[in-house]
Design a protein around this ligand. Structure first.
Ligand code: GTP
Length: 601
């Protein structure tokens, strides 16, 4: 069988989905929606809410046209593997790419190379993939196809003359793309007789079949009834079914070296067989697993509390369900003096956190208070003990700490030359250190090392507003560096509120404390009495604001009015109070817990 395994990578909005649909249409595959329904039917998947079927790879058949010289006419099987499009999921992207021999690297002809173009291209280069550069959207009036091709050469070193020019909208160039896939992307290597070696590049949980693994078989063959083993932990399972994606999940007799398909083996826990791990044969294991396996590791943590304490059990059940399908999501019970019983949850990044929180609220109908997201700090104490903490409430006092380290990222930004000054200033404010700066025509690529905590909240918004939307960014985690960090506590009405504590660099403690108390004074509803809000470090007050007394006035307005009107007004006030927590006698809304996230402007 003639096979090509490939993926499409691009900066957001450069037209990946549109081009993929065009290719599917050209090769006579069904639309995305039909495919999904079929997937569900084939596997009798649980249709209940809360289970999202990930976009599966697509298996396509390409009949190569016959040429005048008598060549062509062969039939190829294409496996098109989808990749997630956000930096939170870059590890998954890199594993999906590892399942391929080549990629189509898409660049919008009117935008040129952007930050994600570069980062994705390097993920492909790191995986030794053949890159087919595609300059897309050439139908646009503002398109500069040659300029975009030249940028690919200047920035990434891909020869401009290799570019295929196309439009996912008009379909122009799609035939050339299909030919380039055949001619330039190598066929998958591998020996079907060798010991089994398969890479897990994605998975999802199904209530009937257990975890369904998406795999690329690199060596050997796998069939139903085989004893398989996950390499990293030595756990073994009997294979129930294997299959391909044609177009839903179709059962097949076997998967052999070079193929892309799925395996169901009654795996109950998604942590037993994680993305990036190697599947091998229990009886005849490979000695050479696929390199680079990293168990999913959350890097951002936040507390989630039900606004109604009665919902605690419901929240736990919902979290357990979400975890079944998501190896990167972790949680454990946590108690806060201010918020009561809740959970400390770990995510791959802010987008991942938002997705989970939204699902909890929408699909499980829960009202939640979320505390400000925090990164994971590494501490060495004066007694020699070392530990990691992501919970500001647990941060020890300064006199007990010997050294403190915080996570750093390598940040890559593409932007027009004219915005370089203000963006460099922003990076300086965020404690960034420049690695390099490259000119690409009239645009600039900035590479910086920045503390992860500094870009966590509002950095992307600020970058976009400073550059009037023209700058793009991407990043990767690069390990830990020492930092002079302090814990800022927040007091409401003289009481320290544990759930509001934040960790921050010493140089920024004052301005952050100011920002938080001002924001809180703004969002806490006025009470019958004035409420002081203070920021403190080690008990010393660094900023203070007051919520003025108010409620009297609301009632005063209807002085002499009938009592029902007063009641209505109070009702109204009460409604606006959904998603609030009582701290002492003061009601604090969700917004206040996220005061630290409000922008600097
Ligand atoms: N003129 C023109 N517009 C296009 C073309 N391809 C895509 N678009 C438009 O560009 C926008 C983004 O296209 P998508 O295919 O959704 O881009 P994407 O890269 O998949 O975006 P994400 O899924 O958000 O990463 C849409 O508004 C498309 O209609 C093209 O070839 N020509």
């Amino acid at each position: 069988m003639l096979v090509r395994n490939f993926s499409i990578i691009a900066h957001v909005d450069h037209g990946k989905s549109t081009l993929a649909d065009r290719i599917l249409e050209k090769l006579g595959a069904m639309g995305e929606r039909d495919k999904r329904d079929q997937t569900l039917d084939t596997l009798e998947l649980e249709r209940e809410r809360g289970i999202t079927i990930k976009s599966t790879p697509v298996r396509l058949t390409y009949h190569r046209p016959l040429r005048e010289d008598g060549t062509g006419g062969e039939v190829y099987t294409f496996n098109l593997i989808d990749t997630p499009g956000h930096v939170d999921f870059n590890y998954e992207v890199s594993r999906s790419l590892a399942a391929c021999e080549g990629v189509l690297l898409l660049v919008d002809a009117s935008q040129g190379v952007e930050a994600q173009t570069i980062v994705n291209a390097y993920l492909a280069i790191d995986n030794n993939l053949e890159i087919v550069p595609v300059v897309n959207k050439i139908d646009l009036p503002a398109a500069d196809p040659q300029g975009a091709a030249q940028e690919l050469e200047d920035v990434i070193g891909i020869p401009a003359e290799d570019a295929v020019f196309a439009s996912g909208k008009t379909g122009e160039g799609v035939e050339q793309i299909l030919e380039a896939i055949v001619e330039r992307i190598p066929p998958p290597p591998g020996d079907p007789q060798a010991p089994l070696k398969a890479l897990i590049f994605d998975s999802f949980y199904d209530a009937y079949q257990g975890v369904i693994l998406f795999v690329r078989v690199l060596e050997g063959t796998v069939r139903a009834k085989d004893r398989m083993m996950t390499y990293s932990n030595g756990k073994s399972f009997e294979v129930d079914k294997v299959g391909t994606f044609t177009p839903g999940l179709i059962v097949a007799e076997e998967l052999s070296a070079g193929s892309v398909g799925w395996i169901a083996a009654g795996i109950k826990d998604i942590h037993d067989a994680q993305v990036g791990d190697t599947i091998t044969s229990k009886d005849q294991p490979t000695t050479d697993p696929f390199p680079g396996f990293k168990p999913a590791q959350p890097v951002v943590f936040s507390g989630l509390y039900p606004t109604d304490t009665e919902d605690y059990r419901k929240l736990r059940e919902a979290l357990e369900r979400l975890k079944l399908n998501d190896a990167a999501f972790v949680f454990e019970p946590e108690t806060s003096e201010a918020l009561g019983f809740g959970f400390r949850c770990g995510f791959l990044g802010l987008l991942h956190a938002e997705i989970i929180q939204e699902r909890l609220e929408r699909e499980y109908d829960l009202d939640l208070i979320a505390t400000a997201p925090a990164v994971v700090y590494r501490l060495t104490l004066t007694n020699g003990e070392t530990f990691e903490t992501q919970n500001p409430a647990e941060f020890p006092t300064r006199d007990r700490i010997e050294t403190m380290e915080e996570p750093y990222i390598k940040l890559s930004i593409m932007l027009p030359e004219e915005f370089v000054g203000p963006v460099m200033q922003l990076l300086q404010e965020r404690r960034g250190a420049m690695i390099t700066m490259n000119y690409v025509g009239k645009r600039v690529e900035l590479l910086y090392e920045v503390p992860f905590a500094e870009i966590l909240y509002d950095f992307h918004d600020r970058l976009k507003s400073i550059s009037r939307g023209y700058a793009s960014m991407d990043y990767e985690q690069i390990g830990y560096r020492e930092g002079d960090l302090v814990k800022v506590d927040i007091m409401v009405q003289g009481e320290t509120v544990d759930a509001l504590a934040v960790i921050v660099h010493r140089d920024k403690a004052y301005s952050l404390g100011r920002k938080i108390v001002d924001k809180m004074a703004e969002v806490i509803p006025r009470q019958l009495f004035p409420v002081p809000v203070q920021a403190t470090i080690g008990g010393k007050i660094i900023a203070r604001a007051t919520v003025k007394a108010y409620r009297k006035d609301v009632l005063a307005k209807c002085y002499g009015g009938d009592i029902s009107r007063k009641k209505k007004l109070l009702e109204k006030q009460k409604k606006g109070r959904a998603r609030m927590k009582n701290i002492g006698t003061v009601e604090v809304p969700q917004e206040a817990f996220l005061a630290v996230l409000s922008t600097d402007e």
